[in-house]
Write a protein that binds this ligand. Structure first.
Ligand SMILES: Nc1ncnc2c1ncn2[C@@H]1O[C@H](COP(=O)(O)OP(=O)(O)OP(=O)(O)O)[C@@H](O)[C@H]1O
Length: 346
């Protein structure tokens, strides 16, 4: 039995099915992200786990206990929202200790746990500050300390870093992962940011229209997306139409032999921009756009099979200019084959 089990969880609002019979198992100590575009149902899922949104049907079991009749405050959860929701008239220590006071934890124990939580988020010197005199990143750390101090069974994070600027956000991601690893706390993060989900998680749960598209470690979901939606959502991907004859795949006259036989018929081929190379006698095209991105160059190529994006590391030899005629190649291993059904988008 998993630490957290979600069974056919559903939420409907009048005509809208926000979450559509999703099932998911999360192990103790795992860091899992619910990832998807706006409106896919990730927040609603988290809110049902937290107990803030009533479940329409399905079950949530935490550590074997059915949560349906358990009020939010008794579920043993630490929660951090996008808005820090700190009490402005309380110091950092008072904010962090609030939950302990509610739980009638004694003074000495409270002080010890507040100090430990502040240490964990690197705010040990700021216990007496008021939130308004702190940066967004520091306030978010207070919110995190407040969630950690009650020693929750499960940590729920709803877009906790999306109010921070890009650099601070990246820094906080590292810290969040670090803290999670040190505490071993089972964590669920809701985010629409695929880079954030991939950087932090043991597994990502990619959601679309209230349903789960794929559950996998970030690398697996990125390298072997099982649907076109996942392939498009996790980074940029090129999707081209092809034809399979059972033993090989053809895209505009270019043929790749298959390692394993596959059902014949029309298919889609997905290949990542960083896997496409210039040169050889592959697909012909013309460079339409070339953009310097620091560590890499981005190219938009109009090919005979449609538009193809290419990413080439900076310093990887001579690269083509805009309007130059080019050939594009990639190997069989870098190609994902999606059936028409798998290739549906949206
Ligand atoms: N209280 C509500 N009443 C009616 N519909 C709702 C309510 N809350 C959410 N919805 C709808 O349910 C769907 C899923 O919403 P949800 O907030 O879970 O998505 P999300 O993936 O978290 O999106 P976002 O990142 O924008 O918050 C949306 O279509 C939304 O409009």
């Amino acid at each position: 039995m998993s630490f957290l089990t979600i069974e056919r969880l559903t939420k409907t609002y009048d005509q809208i099915t926000a979450v559509d019979a999703i099932s998911l198992d999360i192990e103790r100590g795992e860091f899992v992200s619910l990832l998807g575009p706006s409106g896919c149902g990730k927040t609603t899922t988290l809110q049902m786990i937290a107990g803030f949104v009533e479940v329409t049907s399905g079950r949530i079991l935490l550590n074997g206990r059915d949560l349906s009749q358990v009020p939010p405050a008794e579920r043993g959860l630490g929660i951090v929202f996008q808005s820090y929701a700190l009490f402005p008239h309380m110091t950092v220590a008072q904010n962090v200790g609030f939950g302990l006071e509610m739980r009638r934890v004694g003074r000495a124990e409270r002080d010890r746990r507040i100090a430990a939580a502040l240490q964990l988020v690197g705010l040990q010197t700021m216990a007496d500050r008021y939130p308004r005199r702190m940066s967004g990143g520091q306030q978010q750390r207070v919110a995190l300390a407040r969630a950690l101090v009650i020693e929750p069974d499960l940590l729920l994070l709803d877009e906790p870093l999306s109010n921070l600027d890009a650099k601070l956000r990246e820094e906080m991601q590292g810290e969040l992962r670090d803290i999670q690893e040190r505490t071993g706390l089972t964590t669920i993060l809701v985010t629409h940011d695929q880079a954030e989900a991939m950087a932090l998680s043991d597994r990502v749960v990619v959601m679309n229209k209230g349903a789960i598209e794929q559950v996998a470690p970030p690398e697996t979901a990125y390298q072997t997306p099982t649907t076109r939606f996942v392939a498009d959502f996790l980074g940029r991907t090129n999707t081209l139409e092809g034809l399979c004859d059972g033993r090989s795949v053809t895209v505009r006259g270019q043929v790749w032999s298959l390692a394993e036989a596959r059902e014949a018929g029309p298919i889609f081929v997905a290949v990542r921009p960083e896997r496409v190379a210039f040169g050889g006698t592959g697909l012909a095209g013309k460079v339409r756009k070339r953009v310097f991105q620091g560590s890499q160059w981005f190219f938009a190529v109009e090919s005979e099979a449609g538009p193809i994006f290419v990413l080439a590391p900076n310093g990887s030899g001579t690269l083509p200019a805009v309007d130059e005629d080019v050939h594009l190649a990639w190997s069989m291993e870098d190609m994902r084959l999606l059936s028409r059904e798998e290739a549906r988008v949206g």
